[in-house]
Ligand binder design. Sequence first.
Ligand SMILES: Nc1ncnc2c1ncn2[C@@H]1O[C@H](COP(=O)(O)OP(=O)(O)O)[C@@H](O)[C@H]1O
Ligand SMILES: O=P(O)(O)O[C@H]1O[C@H](CO)[C@@H](O[C@H]2O[C@H](CO)[C@@H](O)[C@H](O)[C@H]2O)[C@H](O)[C@H]1O
Length: 453
Amino acid sequence: MPKTAPLRPRRTRLAEPMASLGGLLREWLPRQRWFAGKDRPVAELGLLSMTELFPGCLHLLVHTGHGPVPAPGGAPPAGDCYQLLLGVREHMSPRLGRAVIGQVQDGPLAGRTVYDALHDPRTAQLLLERLRHPGKAGPLRFEANPSRPVPGGLAPRLLDAEQSNSSLIYGDEFILKLFRRIQPGVNPDLEVPDALARQGCGRVPAPVAWMRTTYPYEATLGVLQPFLDDATDGWTLSLNALASGDDFTLQAHELGQAMADVHLALADAFPSRAPGENGRTAAAMTERLTAAAHCVPALQPFVPGLRAAFAALSTCDSGPPAQRIHGDLHLGQVLRAGRDWFVIDFEGEPSRPLSERRSAHSPVRDIAGMLRSFDYAARQRRPWRPEWARRCREAFCAGYAARAGWDPRKKHGLLRAYETDRAVYEVLYEARHRPDWLPVPMAAIERLAVRGD
Ligand SMILES: Nc1ncnc2c1ncn2[C@@H]1O[C@H](COP(=O)(O)OP(=O)(O)O)[C@@H](O)[C@H]1O
Ligand SMILES: O=P(O)(O)O[C@H]1O[C@H](CO)[C@@H](O[C@H]2O[C@H](CO)[C@@H](O)[C@H](O)[C@H]2O)[C@H](O)[C@H]1O
């Protein structure tokens, strides 16, 4: 098991290039979709590691701190580690204009332009070559599953999508996801699909190659997997159905069945345990609510009503056994090809510690995530279509029950608590990443706090 270490900026001989790059990165990082903490300036920026991956391409792990957070009890300043691939050029090609981070003013890189190298097809090609030929570059390790060879010469393109990481698509055959926010340990988005593939579960694209680092700690950096080019994600499909007035209950029912299949395969692939004690679950949810309300004051008036949803857990049965779950399930994480649903992105909620994301949880958490997602979709249209969401939620639960052998609709109290917990997470997520979207989960917060349904 990889050793975990606290994230601390290290003084290295690389401190000098960092000093000259630091100002540029401080400006650039908060503008990136994947950067958490847009609500606070990057007060502290440190270099954890830097490796020259190819000539003119640097691989960096940087630590960002957001300065002291005025939390009760004097919590330590928040900090994160991010993975960056930076191109450094004397002369920029206009093609790469939108990737430019800036021109370095002083230090060893003075006068050169630094840019996000993932936009550079040359970098993308070389990255694939490294993954095709396992080996090392400084602390970086490139590894592959020898039974699933990857052909060379596939044309790369950077995925242009709203995402928490960055992905490169190769010849519409493979997709490489490079994690942006790095935590010590094995990323579940490698661990889980790999285990499910060994289990023979066909609902998850299996990793074919991956990249990790051994310094400043063991961590997964990226995963290459087959690209399902004939598939459309559930979010796009549901928005299309809403726009055209089409029914989506058949798809939602099949999605419920698919999710039950994945949960059953996960329960076989990893150890399960007796359901957690509801009191502990309620305490953890309440703690997350308190922390979220501290960061997003708009939550504060609803805290008493939301706490009631958690307190009501004491009168519920504890539900199905705890097991490995998806952890961040929503309509953007499921792809439909023909009548088959596939599930991707097992990373879990990116802001939670990796150890927590890799432990067993109630499968009700995933179900609640998907139910919230139907609500998100229904709110994309005016007038709001609560009836559409209600029918999809019902169909999803019925499909799940048909396969899993237990019916989520009969776990009303549990489902309400997990849905509330998920909505609280979403409020925090939207505040940090997409403040314009905040009204969507806030509407659910109001409903859950006031009416409780
Ligand atoms: N194996 C795949 N086949 C087809 N499309 C994929 C695949 N994996 C990811 N995608 C597409 O890329 C998007 C982002 O992938 P995801 O793993 O959710 O990244 P992130 O965690 O950064 O949000 C998905 O919504 C989907 O459209
Ligand atoms: O980037 P990830 O897919 O890992 O997940 C994060 O971003 C999601 C948004 O892209 C966010 O999902 C929320 O918005 C979705 C619509 O864009 C909606 O379908 C989900 O129900 C809602 O939670 C997810 O929470 C976040 O972890």
